[in-house]
Design a protein around this ligand. Structure first.
Ligand SMILES: Nc1nc2c(ncn2[C@@H]2O[C@H](COP(=O)(O)OP(=O)(O)OP(=O)(O)O)[C@@H](O)[C@H]2O)c(=O)[nH]1
Ligand SMILES: [Mg+2]
Length: 249
């Protein structure tokens, strides 16, 4: 697959932020500028699948203003999971690898202001902090009932079938240690939304500690959801193919 990475690869940051985008033109500029203002030493990597709405062009323009902004453009829509793993690979291949990598949605469902709390929770010695909608103090706002059922159902299936003892195993707002990512990257194959489960599964099986940090998740106000019935089917079939994981633990 043809990809093009632009920006200052010599960037020196403590936290690498991965923003996967497909048609996020209405959201991307404000999101990046808010991340840039956080009290964290960040570098931001946008992974855009040649969005027809010109998301990548907006990011290219912002690279003049933000020297720590990287852009990976892939030639076609290739799924959230592969975007995230391409992001992990990119950060791990930089001359100065950040200590932590944060993933978040670029549709403003994940509040950048929660990032410092997510990152500082890593000091408790965990290797994966999950921004959790379903632990005490977490919440979702603005989702229609059907979307709530899909999300709760996805979590219940993961907990029940794979035996994952977490309130929220599908949240995409996370902080990973790069130590964990180095040991795990070779095992990640998910193309779509099942990436969230695959990473948790790897952390469990390799004995890394996982911590949940409560977050408020707000339904996107601009742009369209990319979660399709096909992606939900992929997710369910991934879980059932991995029942063996539970039996082998
Ligand atoms: N690069 C890339 N990004 C994607 C792809 N699919 C989704 N995304 C991005 O991944 C993030 C999550 O996608 P959403 O459409 O918000 O999906 P969701 O949050 O599960 O669904 P909603 O709750 O309905 O918003 C957003 O930033 C999307 O732009 C993809 O195939 N490639
Ligand atoms: Mg979303």
């Amino acid at each position: 697959m043809f990809c093009q990475l632009t920006g200052n690869l010599e960037v020196n940051s403590n936290v690498g932020v991965i923003l996967p985008t497909y048609c996020e033109a209405p959201n991307i500029e404000r999101l990046i500028s808010e991340i840039e203002e956080l009290p964290l030493k960040t570098s931001v990597l946008v992974i855009d699948d040649s969005s027809p709405d010109g998301t990548a062009g907006i990011v290219e323009g912002l690279q003049q203003k933000y020297p720590n902004l990287l852009l990976l453009v892939r030639c076609q829509k290739s799924g959230l999971g592969s975007a995230i793993t391409d992001g992990f690979r990119t950060f791990l291949s930089l001359p100065r690898v950040p200590e932590f990598v944060v993933t978040m949605d670029a549709d403003y469902s994940h509040n950048p202001q929660d990032m410092p709390r997510l990152v500082s929770s890593m000091n408790s010695g965990c290797d994966l902090a999950i921004g959790s909608r379903y632990c005490a103090g977490g919440k979702t706002v603005g989702w229609p009932l059907t979307r709530k059922i899909v999300s709760r159902g996805a979590n219940a299936i993961a907990r029940g079938v794979l035996g994952l003892n977490l309130h929220d195993c599908t949240s995409g707002y996370r902080c990973y240690s790069t130590n964990f990512l180095r040991k795990t990257i070779g095992y990640l194959h998910s193309q779509t939304y099942d990436i969230q489960i695959e990473t948790v599964k790897q952390a469990h099986s390799q004995g890394f500690r996982i911590h949940e940090v409560p977050i408020l998740f707000v339904n996107r106000k601009r742009g369209k959801s990319k979660l399709s019935l096909r992606e939900i089917e992929n997710y369910v079939s991934y879980i059932f193919q991995n029942v063996a994981f539970r039996q082998n633990r």
